[in-house]
Design a binder for this molecule. Structure first.
Ligand code: A2P
Length: 340
């Protein structure tokens, strides 16, 4: 029997995440009958290869979603706020990678390995939200620990790649690096400061409580995905001069005592997680190794000697893949397999 195929739209198809979405649909042989690649006037008319043929990028407009069954959105919050609603009204199920609907109680916020059951809630608004990249890789590791021992509090510091900001930021890092090495002035257009040879403790805008929006996304989204509002989460989000893959230093206070080897064993069996933890031979997860891979990598697992029930660890994942495009395509796969 021929399997059912779906008409798919990728909104923001020429961006850092959109490009990965199209690539991953092809790599994972998603059942696509038709693909619409949508973007702004800047790139409409250009072409993108999908399954060995050139697909013309079209301008996103109100009628773009007629007869589209699943829309993968990654063109920024403002575009989603307007067009996700238009798409959902036209009967297209939206998997939205932006911040626009993540905390909407009517919209499920999903990491397929963690809370696939939440997808069933998509019918309320026709929208499923993809969490923030730093949240996804963190909950991939927190959930198995949460199930085994409960979690009281999480303290996280991130070391985030510039590709999370988009293609322009990657160009800016490379241009600035070249300029600095050539004793030229580095031009800053994307970030408020030079990012080359620097670390910047600001991701997204500052909120009234002095945290950045990115930091509060990690707090609120973690609680929503783990369905536990009592977990304490505090975050410091830092942009570093890395092109791809986010790294995170995470301190976890558990309810029940776990040893480092308990945690190693728990995480070794976790879906989508790979443990790399051999300090004697300097083996631990690295951004350059995680890039292009699907798994979330964890290492430097050790007991926090300053508290009774605490663990420290280091988590790395490709922010464009598991942190964005792959997670969205995995959601679409479950939708197609179980709901459509
Ligand atoms: P375009 O390339 O035509 O500007 P990134 O996250 O790498 O910056 O990419 C953002 C993506 O979102 C790009 O594909 C970009 O298209 C698209 N985009 C940005 N603004 C709009 C808009 N107003 N309408 C449609 N697509 C948009």
């Amino acid at each position: 029997m021929k399997r059912k195929e779906y008409s798919i739209a990728v909104v923001g198809a020429t961006g850092a995440v959109g490009t990965e979405m199209t690539k991953i649909l092809e790599e994972r042989d998603f059942p696509v009958s038709r693909i619409s690649l949508l973007a702004s006037t800047r790139s409409a008319g250009s072409s993108v290869e999908f399954r060995n043929r050139d697909v013309t990028v079209e301008l996103l407009f109100e009628d773009s979603f007629e007869e589209v069954e699943i829309g993968l959105f990654s063109a920024g919050g403002a575009v989603s706020e307007k067009f996700a609603l238009i798409a959902a009204d036209a009967g297209c199920i939206v998997v939205d990678n932006t911040n626009a609907f993540r905390m909407d109680p009517q919209v499920p916020l999903v990491v397929p390995e963690i809370n696939p059951h939440a997808i069933a809630q998509y019918k309320k608004r026709g929208i499923i939200a993809n969490p923030n990249c730093s949240t996804i890789q963190m909950v991939m590791v927190l959930k198995p620990i949460y199930d085994a021992a409960g979690i009281r509090r999480v303290v996280v510091s991130t070391y985030q790649a510039v590709s999370g900001t988009g293609k322009k930021a990657v160009d800016e890092l490379l241009d600035q690096t070249r300029d600095v090495l050539n004793f030229q002035t580095a031009e800053c257009n994307v970030y408020p400061h030079q990012i080359a040879f620097n670390c910047m403790p600001q991701i997204d805008v500052f909120m009234e409580n002095a945290y950045t929006k990115e930091e509060m996304k990690m707090v609120n989204e973690t609680r929503k995905i783990l369905e536990d509002d009592l977990i304490g989460v505090t975050a410091t989000a830092v942009r570093v001069p890395v092109c791809c893959s986010h790294s995170e230093s995470v301190n976890i206070e558990t309810e029940k005592k776990l040893t480092a080897s308990d945690v190693r064993e728990i995480l070794s069996g976790a879906p989508g997680v790979t443990v790399i933890d051999d300090p004697a031979s300097s083996k631990y997860p690295l951004a350059i190794d995680a890039s292009g891979k699907d798994d979330t990598f964890v290492g430097r697992i050790r007991e926090d000697e300053s508290i009774e029930k605490g663990i420290n660890l280091w988590i790395v994942a490709d922010n464009l893949r598991k942190g964005a495009a792959l997670n969205a395509v995995q959601i679409a796969e479950i939708l197609a397999r179980e709901y459509l």
